[in-house]
Design a protein around this ligand. Structure first.
Ligand SMILES: C[S@@+](CC[C@H](N)C(=O)[O-])C[C@H]1O[C@@H](n2cnc3c(N)ncnc32)[C@H](O)[C@@H]1O
Length: 551
């Protein structure tokens, strides 16, 4: 065993011990999920290949951990080719462990917050090889002031506005830019999410306009790279150089970095037009089609996020035992895995005929009135308060126990699925039950609601038509997570093509000329601005008009 191999074996053992001393919540808070050694070596090796072979490496890892990338670098570069190496690590224990482990190698490790570090002004001191697996800390774990500081810094350094929904890894990528030497290379091991979601726009803007984006490799989400963190990962390679107008980017997918299952060159123009980069390389960019979409027929909302389902959702029996007042209880559907069929029947009182029979505790009375008027409910709130009232969603509601308004919807769609034969299920709901955020709720727009009211049988036809939405187009619109989990946000479900719904609705008696024109007008009026939608045989340009549909 070489000295470096011995140190690497020691590092892996120390990493395991340090991970074991932290709870999952603590590790989430600082995004502490180490890169497996083999993956670290292949990221470093692939990035080194992008530098001229004579280059003396100036290395930076701004989220160092115990140093998986640095260790790999030492295994690949001999000391004359390594000019200097620097790292940042916010966690003292990780930092001290790494400093001790690597002190003889000349590493300059700062036990500090990288986002607060001063950017070197001397160009010769700037790193030409930046490798990082940045902390994947979701936005709601970022303190408001910290978030604002990060946004201001990125705006100041790059002129890019970052969405408040961005995770810490986005700020790491953008803030590191100022650190890089001209023509320096970076490799970022990041969640693939940025390629598809709204907040990823800032990263995509940066990658297309401020650097030469060289390659993105996306691992197969079924092959989770980090045993302990369920994220689907990608590696992004870039060079700090202004992009050429005809820039092309190598997109690869599956297999390994060295031997991907598929790959394709994608032009920057294609990337500018396509919202969802995870299409590449397996599929071509989507054509802007002139079809109707689900959002033309429905207002789509995510189900209720209670912030503490275990406390706010209970069986009828439990609510009775706790003496909770009926006026604060609303029927709510059980999760899709508890639905025996995709049709929810209702009792006379509107409750769903499901097993279990659940209710949502939803009270809008202020605390003093609950205390005076409903003692058992007050006792229950007092019991759950220590555990629940301080949770993120509860702190954003007044009073903390009030729930969002989500009337019962006649159609629902499952929100998170695995890509099986029929991943997304549409549910036909006859009950007055609301639903939690494991569902998306589809509320017919006024013209569709009128048609449904006029013909009770139509509801079933619409449901059957919904179930004919092609699974692959739905998966295409959604986003993919580690473990092959797919999610569809309301806006994404709204974009799913739905020409076949136009076949169902116009078969009504109301589709005589008068209704047809009413229907056509409604489609045009309610649809998304500036998009073209097929109405019968005609294709009409959408008027540009903002409209906020009623909840
Ligand atoms: C995803 S881990 C990567 C660790 C290591 N580079 C690897 O690949 O195994 C991210 C590391 O960044 C550290 N970290 C989190 N926030 C940081 C910050 N603001 N500045 C510096 N390090 C930070 C965490 O403690 C964690 O060790």
């Amino acid at each position: 065993m070489t000295k470096r191999e011995e140190l690497e074996a020691e590092r892996v053992a120390l990493q395991r011990t340090l991970d074991g001393q932290r709870t999952q919540a603590e590790r989430n808070r600082l995004g502490q999920f180490a890169t497996p050694p083999r993956l670290a070596a292949s990221v470093v090796e692939s990035a080194l290949k992008l530098l001229p072979s004579t280059t003396r490496v100036r290395f930076l890892d701004p989220a160092f951990g115990t140093g998986s990338f640095y260790s790999a670098l030492l295994g690949l570069v001999d000391s004359p080719h390594l000019r200097h190496a620097m790292g940042f690590e916010i966690d003292k224990e990780f930092g001290l462990t790494a400093a001790k482990l690597w002190h003889s190698s000349g590493l300059n490790l700062h036990i500090a917050d990288f986002t607060l570090a001063r950017v070197p002004t001397d160009p010769a001191a700037k790193p030409n090889l930046l490798i990082c697996n940045p902390p994947y800390v979701r936005h709601h774990h970022l303190d408001r002031d910290v978030k604002m500081r990060l946004q201001v810094t990125v705006k100041h350094r790059l002129g890019i506005e970052v969405s408040g929904l961005s995770g810490l890894y986005c700020y790491f990528m953008l803030m590191s830019h100022a650190w890089m030497a001209d023509d320096g290379v970076a490799a970022w091991l990041v969640p693939s999410e940025f390629m598809d979601v709204g907040y990823g726009q800032a990263i995509k803007h940066y990658l297309l306009r401020q650097v030469e984006l060289l390659r993105i490799h996306r691992f197969n989400p079924a092959d989770v790279q980090f045993e302990d963190a369920l994220v689907s990962s990608s590696v992004v390679w870039l060079r700090n150089r202004q992009p050429m107008p005809d820039q092309t980017v190598l997109f690869s997918y599956g297999g390994s970095i060295e031997a991907p299952a598929t790959e394709r060159l994608v032009s920057a123009d294609e990337l500018r037009l396509e919202r969802k980069w995870t299409r590449f390389p397996t599929r071509a960019p989507r054509a802007e089609s002139a079809c109707a979409r689900l959002g033309d027929f429905f207002v789509i909302r995510r189900g209720i996020a209670t912030g503490a389902n275990g406390s706010f959702i209970m069986t009828r029996e439990q609510a009775r035992e706790r003496g909770l007042p009926a006026e604060c209880l609303r029927p709510i559907l059980p999760s899709p895995r508890h639905l025996a069929t995709d049709e929810v029947l209702a009792s006379k009182d509107g409750a769903p005929r499901t097993e279990p029979q659940l209710v949502l505790l939803d009270c809008r009375l202020p605390e003093d009135r609950v205390r005076d008027e409903h003692p058992p409910l007050w006792r229950y709130f007092e019991k759950i308060r220590p555990d629940v009232a301080g949770r993120y969603l509860c702190t954003r509601r007044t009073p903390w126990y009030a729930q969002e308004r989500r009337p019962a919807a006649p159609f629902l769609c499952t929100y998170i699925v695995r890509a099986t034969a029929r991943p997304f299920r549409f549910i036909l709901n006859h009950s007055q039950a609301t639903a939690a955020n494991v569902y998306l709720l589809l509320y017919p727009k006024p013209f569709a609601a009128r048609a449904l009211e006029a013909d009770p049988g139509l509801k079933r036809q619409v449901w059957q038509a919904l179930n004919r939405c092609a699974s692959n187009t739905m998966l295409d619109e959604g986003r993919v997570y580690g473990g092959d989990l797919h999610k569809l946000e309301p806006g994404e479900l709204a974009r799913v093509p739905a020409d076949h719904l136009l076949e169902v609705l116009p078969t009504l008696p109301e589709t005589e000329p008068a209704f047809r024109s009413l229907f056509a007008e409604a489609v045009v009026r309610d649809a998304h601005p500036r998009r073209r939608v097929a109405v019968g045989k005609r294709v009409r340009r959408m008027p540009t008009r903002r409209r906020r549909p009623a909840d």
